[in-house]
Design a protein around this ligand. Structure first.
Ligand code: IVH
Length: 694
């Protein structure tokens, strides 16, 4: 095919795009890594031109692993970080009436209330924007921050000052410190007008009002934010020096009195029926509200009860979001591509003809795994039913069989890794059942796995290395500059010369390189929980990483425990850590490749010891057992309170037990406590000891 002719079908365009991509990548390695180019600059440029021409004719290919934008714009948004005095948490989701009923029942059980006992909840529209915390001191706006990872957000004070909806000063009567929290959003009308302006100016058009609001708030240039019509609804709070009210609806009314915008559709409900009616009413009016909502948030109204209920992991027990059903559309499945993840999992991704679902253009959807494709008998060329719910990746629900093309054949799932060619297998568990996930067995030889691990390591919730995003990691990996986490930290010293080359060729400016080196240097010390999470140990997500960090305090202690003979026993003794998680940790440390990479990393990075939770509490670090009946609180509540104060709660009494709280009817556990000489107290004594601290 001549250089000017463009393939006439998507299929042949994709094939050539892929072939060219591989060839260009090979030349890049030869040039950057081996300092030994195989082709002249002119030939190289011709390849890149052709590659770009194909992408121009088939824009869908540009999104598919394209080389053209490997090193995109360096991160432009440089905001100072703000540590939230009170974390900004997220909400659990309810997807059906029955789940809402179960939520109410769960709350009542936790509080020890009967099923029929009255309990009031607010039902509030769940605004589809981005949450923001506004700090007022003596009634004056002093700081605004985004949610970030919930613990640390971005300082967007200058931008927020330009939002007309948000008062600079509150009306009389505000407490000395008030952090009002709520949602920054954009109305449908303002969104359409903004997009029309953007289009006319040849600027980026936003996919939906939420993206537009987020993009507008997170501008380094506050003047741009000022030109974008953002709005705000207050619905929650962080630090407050004096309580605003004793109920959720009371706080919202207080916000309104202070001059903060609040949502007019908040309802106070006295039963599940009223909650569901509020949900239906909002669902019916959804299109007429003028701004996007994606569900209804139910919150226990009484703030004293909210405090008793507390939090599990990162969501409150006292609130949950009842989501509206997802939106659907049909489109054509053009191809199935296999992505290889961090743990080698082969994930099939559907490439679709672009279609709008719920206001967002969708081109890709997950097909989950091999069995799902077989179960739904999804074939390339099929018309498929697509569903999109909130932020999650769109899903393919099924196939419109009447519209299946005659030539469509069942999809054959690859048995080898498309990236490294290693066998891809489905692990079989002790019960002889095959895992749904097929995994590449290539381990460290698989470039896809290595790259995904590096992306995870540097990601926001892990080591959070600014400027080292997915694209940069792919580029540095391909150029041979970073192959393992430790390489990130030796990059500056080792490879200044190679970086110079990338810089020249791919538009990675001097400033971005300098910023990147500074961001890397700033992470040579890392909070222990982040460090553990960053290692990418299977089954160790953020919560488990935090659990391990809290329990062991230092990385050395974790490693020592995980490599001991009775490691499994010791790990499963940690509250919330089960056998599979413990095994994953032990396996990780037993693998020499891992320990080598880890040792190299530990030369560069120092994980900071984690302080025990709530060390000031009299029961921090102690193992407590509850037995017999409790009269002033439920067992769940007692357990949650103990854990909040840094204690471990165990179900059985052993030599390691520090304290037994016994109520009426206590039996064998009480006897055992006597046997081991463990201190026994009653519920009143327990409350006296932890009193107020909870
Ligand atoms: S309460 C700890 N109320 O939904 C309680 N959140 O999916 C946290 N949201 O991060 C939030 N409307 O950004 C609450 N009336 C409302 C809300 C709301 C929208 C957002 C908020 C939150 C997310 C959780």
């Amino acid at each position: 095919m001549s250089e000017t002719e463009i393939p006439t079908s998507l299929r042949s365009a994709r094939a050539e795009h892929k072939r060219l991509g591989a060839e260009i990548a090979r030349h890049d390695v030869a040039y950057h890594q081996n300092d030994a180019p195989i082709v002249s600059d002119a030939e190289y440029d011709a390849l890149k031109r052709r590659y770009a021409a194909i992408e121009a004719a088939y824009p869908e290919l540009a999104g598919e692993d394209s080389l053209s934008d490997r090193i995109g714009a360096p991160p432009s948004e440089k905001f100072a970080k703000v540590r939230h005095a009170v974390p900004m948490l997220s909400l659990g989701n309810l997807f059906a009436d029955a789940e809402a009923a179960e939520f109410v029942a769960r709350v009542k059980r936790f509080l020890g209330l009967g099923e029929e006992a009255p309990l009031a909840f607010t039902a509030e529209p769940k605004i589809d924007g981005l949450s923001c915390s506004l700090r007022y001191e003596d009634g004056v706006l002093t700081r605004a921050a985004t949610r970030g990872d919930g613990f640390e957000g971005e300082d967007v004070t200058a931008n927020v000052r330009s939002i007309a909806d948000i008062p600079q000063t509150l009306a009389a009567g505000a407490p000395a410190v008030l952090e009002a929290r709520g949602e920054v959003y954009m109305t449908h009308a303002d969104f359409s007008a903004l997009n029309a302006r953007q289009q006319a100016a040849g600027e980026k058009v936003f996919a939906n009002p939420r993206n537009a609001a987020a993009g507008s708030l997170r501008q380094i240039d506050a003047a741009i934010t000022a030109a974008r019509p953002l709005r705000f609804f207050a619905y929650g709070w962080g630090e407050v020096s004096a309580p605003l009210a004793t109920t959720q609806h009371g706080v919202i009314a207080a916000f309104a009195r202070l001059g903060l915008p609040t949502n007019p559709r908040v309802r106070l409900c006295h039963s599940l029926e009223e909650m569901l009616a509020a949900y239906r009413a909002l669902e019916a009016d959804r299109a007429r509200l003028g701004y996007d909502i994606d569900g209804v948030v139910y919150k226990v109204d009484d703030l004293a009860l909210q405090a008793r209920l507390g939090f599990v992991s990162r969501a409150p027990r006292w609130a949950s979001a009842h989501k509206f059903p997802a939106q659907r559309a049909t489109t054509t499945l053009r191809d199935i591509e296999i992505q290889v993840g961090r743990t080698g999992a082969l994930t099939p991704v559907a490439r679709l003809d672009p279609v709008t679902v719920g206001g967002v253009v969708v081109q890709n959807a997950t097909l989950h795994n091999e069995d799902e494709i077989a179960r739904k008998d999804v074939r390339i060329g099929d018309t498929v039913i697509l569903q999109r719910a909130g932020d999650v990746i769109p899903q393919i629900l099924g196939v419109v069989l009447e519209r299946r093309p005659a030539e469509a054949r069942p999809y054959v799932f690859p048995q080898t890794c498309p990236r490294c060619g290693s066998a891809a297998v489905r692990e079989v568990d002790e019960k002889g059942e095959a895992d749904v996930v097929r995994r590449c067995t290539g381990g460290l030889v698989c470039p896809a796995q290595a790259v995904e691990r590096l992306k995870h390591f540097a990601s926001r919730l892990a080591m959070d290395i600014e400027g080292l995003g997915d694209k940069q990691i792919e580029e540095f990996y391909d150029a041979g500059l970073i192959r393992a986490p430790a390489d990130i930290f030796t990059l500056e010293a080792r490879d200044r010369a190679s970086l110079e080359k990338i810089k020249d060729r791919e538009g990675f400016g001097e400033t971005s390189a300098r910023n990147l080196f500074a961001a890397i240097a700033a992470r040579r010390r890392a909070p222990l929980n982040r460090f553990i999470f960053a290692l990418g140990i299977r089954r160790i997500g953020e919560t488990n990483a935090r659990r391990l960090a809290r329990h062991f305090h230092t990385f050395e202690a974790l490693r020592a425990a995980a490599t001991k003979e009775n490691a499994l026993e010791e790990l499963t003794a940690i509250d919330g850590v089960g056998a599979t998680v413990a095994e994953a940790v032990v396996d990780f440390f037993a693998e020499t490749h891992n320990t080598q990479a880890l040792d190299a990393l530990l030369v560069e990075v120092t994980p900071e010891p984690m302080e025990a939770a709530a060390t000031s509490s009299p029961i921090a670090g102690k193992t407590v057992v509850f037995t017999g009946a409790l009269e002033k609180m439920t067992r769940d509540e007692a357990k949650a309170m103990a854990e909040r104060l840094g204690a471990k709660v165990s179900g059985s009494v052993s030599k390691k037990t520090d304290l037994v709280v016994a109520g009426p009817g206590a039996g064998s556990k009480l006897a055992k406590a006597g046997e081991f000489g463990v201190e026994v107290i009653d519920e009143d004594e327990w409350l006296a000891r932890v009193g107020g601290a909870g």
